[in-house]
Design a protein around this ligand. Structure first.
Ligand SMILES: Cc1cc2nc3c(=O)[nH]c(=O)nc-3n(C[C@H](O)[C@H](O)[C@H](O)COP(=O)(O)O)c2cc1C
Length: 448
């Protein structure tokens, strides 16, 4: 079978993910492998998509191989997907799958993002492989990689693929026309609107304008469309030691001076290819030099969306999960006048009450993955390590040994039927005892 590997890692031939593909090439000499270096070579494809057209044309199976970056794919690969769509190559009916490596921190949203786009292109989607970056070094990992390729090849041979979800490819809603009267402004909270506002994007412009009208505080505006990014994150990890990015395009100053002081952030974007667009992805990836320390930790976030967010379950998950991991309140999404009023009111309330709800599954699960990663690499990730330590985020269960001992004792006792009968309802009462103590204390002190 003719297999095309679309290497989406900005690290190019130094990619860990690529090593899995090279391994498969060696293990399956009966298939022919061809490589398209889109992560490191994106500038070339910006100029000319002909080599991509030829390679896709030859392939019977396409495998997108990439690292997960910031809940999705690297900005360079995201851009390549945009270019594929713009170039309107005849990809309908072509079999496609994906192979990612990561720490499994939101690998699912990255895979779903690509699958949604493959479906838009009319391609025949085979579920991919999400490997840990160390998997190829283990016997089990190598077996899983081989099984994955055998599975993908057999899907092509037997005509098996995932059905496209029943929805339109483009989630652009009706154009929004500005309709809200400006309210009186007061001083209070510093709010920054971060947008990807391009020429001709009148709907988004009107949404931003109306938010500014409904919102009682003055806002600042940062347009990513105008920012002179020199490129996407290279994955070079130079920043890991001294916290500085190798690019000198002023992005760190933008974050430090314009975004970090903000009390709240409003993202404004037009839905593009099931995401906020590759420009926003550049913005996300390039924050990597800040390590695993969320820039906007604890600060409320709101989104102005030009398009129908109701259709974009995966993007909702990404944004909700990012907020949860960053321990920020996500005030919601607004695409119409009424929603803008509600969004503004929610954001104001959150700011005035310093509202930051506890972390959900996304936040707790995600933070534990990052916690283990930072702890393991604390010699390298110095700043992250100090950040986790200072916030008490090293919450390994092993440290609760007194509780574990108590529960082991209880477990041993509970194995006796006689004791269980004897304890009876007292078990429930003792479980609730600490909570009862809190309630009793409040009764004694009285309500505030
Ligand atoms: C900018 C950046 C963002 C990353 N984001 C994630 C992430 O969201 N989830 C995750 O599990 N790993 C993340 N990683 C780790 C990479 O996915 C992982 O190291 C991968 O194996 C690198 O593969 P490569 O060498 O092929 O580029 C990130 C790494 C970088 C440099």
């Amino acid at each position: 079978m003719k297999i095309l590997i679309v290497n989406g890692s900005p690290r190019g031939r130094f990619s860990v993910t690529l090593q899995s593909c090279l391994y498969l090439e060696k293990r399956f000499p009966r298939h022919s492998f061809e490589y398209l270096n889109v992560g490191a070579g994106i500038d070339g494809f910006e100029r000319d998509m002909a080599p991509a057209a030829a390679a896709f044309g030859r392939a019977e199976l396409v495998i997108f191989a990439y690292p997960v970056y910031c809940f999705l794919v690297p900005a360079q690969l995201h851009r390549f997907v945009e270019l594929l769509k713009e170039s309107a190559l005849p990809l309908g009916g072509k079999y496609v799958t994906q192979l990612s490596t990561s720490e499994h921190f939101f690998d699912v949203t990255a895979h779903r993002f690509l699958e949604d786009n493959f479906h838009d292109l009319g391609m025949r989607v085979i579920h991919g492989l999400s490997a840990d970056r160390g998997d190829l070094l283990t016997e089990r990992g190598r077996r899983e990689a081989e099984a994955f390729l055998e599975y993908a090849v057999s899907c092509v041979e037997n005509g098996l693929y995932e059905q496209a979800p029943p929805r339109s490819a483009v989630s652009a809603g009706a154009p929004y026309v500005s309709s809200l009267e400006p309210c009186e402004k007061r001083d209070g909270f510093d709010t920054v609107i971060v947008a990807d506002l391009r020429e001709g994007d009148e709907s988004l412009r009107a949404l931003i304008r109306d938010f500014g009208a409904a919102y009682p505080f003055r806002t600042r505006f940062v347009n990513l469309a105008d920012f002179p990014f020199r490129g996407g994150c290279l994955g070079c990890l130079n920043c890991m030691i001294h916290g500085k990015c190798v690019y000198r395009d002023g992005f760190d100053a933008l974050l430090r001076e314009k975004l970090r002081p903000a009390d709240a952030i409003v993202y404004a974007f037009t839905l593009r290819d099931h995401s906020m667009g590759s420009r926003f992805k550049l913005y996300d990836d390039r924050q990597f030099f800040n390590g695993c320390r969320s820039l906007l930790e604890g600060r409320p976030i709101a989104c102005l969306v030009n398009g129908d967010m109701g259709l974009e379950e995966n993007l909702r998950t990404v944004l909700e999960a990012r907020a949860a991991v960053g321990h920020s309140f996500l005030a919601g999404f607004a695409s119409g006048a009424e929603e803008i009023r509600t969004l503004s009111a929610r954001l104001v309330w959150a700011l005035e009450h310093r509202y930051a709800p506890p972390r959900s599954f996304y936040g707790v699960g995600g933070t534990k993955i990052v916690r283990d990663h930072v702890w393991l690499k604390r010699g390298l990730m110095r700043e992250d390590h100090l950040f986790f330590k200072a916030r008490g985020l090293y919450d390994f269960p092993r440290r609760h040994w007194v509780r574990m001992l108590g529960l082991s004792l209880l477990g041993a006792l509970m194995r006796s039927r006689r004791l269980r009968r004897l304890l009876g309802d007292r078990m429930n009462a003792s479980m609730l005892a600490p909570y009862q103590k809190v309630l009793n204390k409040l009764s004694q002190e009285g309500s505030p």
